[in-house]
Design a protein around this ligand. Structure first.
Ligand code: 5GP
Length: 177
């Protein structure tokens, strides 16, 4: 794997597709073992998670449902602060065992908002599956149940993750050079 340019920045090879797929399989096996009787609803958080979700869910062999959402944040009134909306969610969440599928958990701000929206909708349980986790950056109390690969606080692209809209189609993960 060689160094590449995405838009105006140089990135160097970081995690190859084979290593990614090995981690994805481990996460899928954990889910298969732990959730076989729970009929989970996977909520794939777009855009970044599309590649991870596709590879992960091919290895999930338990009865489940899959849906895709986007998170939109806007400023409400001064009393409500930032409001997070789950765009595209048509499934009933109440009483469901939900697994949030994320590409990367960094500070956990996004995750916390998603978690609280799903709690308000009365999910029975909420689990988190992420391909990448930055443990040095993550300081929230919500448990990340399934993390494929832990990485330091570096900016990465590829395998769904973008730099300014580009690089999502790369099959490997690259880090800023
Ligand atoms: P958090 O709310 O956990 O701080 O950040 C979550 C979002 O920030 C991710 O869903 C992703 O869009 C973006 N993000 C965080 N770290 C990286 C990174 O290293 N590379 C890319 N491309 N996006 C990142």
């Amino acid at each position: 794997m060689a160094q590449i340019t995405v838009k105006d920045k140089q990135f160097k090879p970081y995690i190859g597709n084979d290593a990614i797929l090995r981690s994805v399989k481990v996460v899928a096996e954990q889910i298969n073992n732990e959730l076989k009787d729970e009929f989970p609803l996977f909520l794939v958080v777009l855009n970044g998670s599309f590649m991870f979700a596709a590879d992960l869910l091919k290895e999930v062999h338990i009865p489940c449902e899959i849906s895709f959402i986007k998170v939109a944040s806007y400023h409400g009134t001064s009393s409500t602060g930032t409001v997070t909306e789950l765009v595209g969610l048509s499934e009933e969440i109440k009483g469901r065992n939900v697994i949030i599928v994320e590409d990367i958990v960094d500070t956990g701000v996004t995750l916390e908002k998603l978690h609280s929206s799903l709690t308000k909708k009365e999910a029975k349980s909420i689990r988190i599956a992420t391909l990448l986790l930055k443990p040095d950056s993550y300081k929230k109390s919500i448990k990340v149940d399934y993390a494929g690969i832990e990485i330091p606080n570096d900016f990465v692209v590829g395998y769904g993750l973008d730099y300014d809209g580009q690089g999502r189609n790369l099959k490997d993960i690259y880090v800023l050079a």
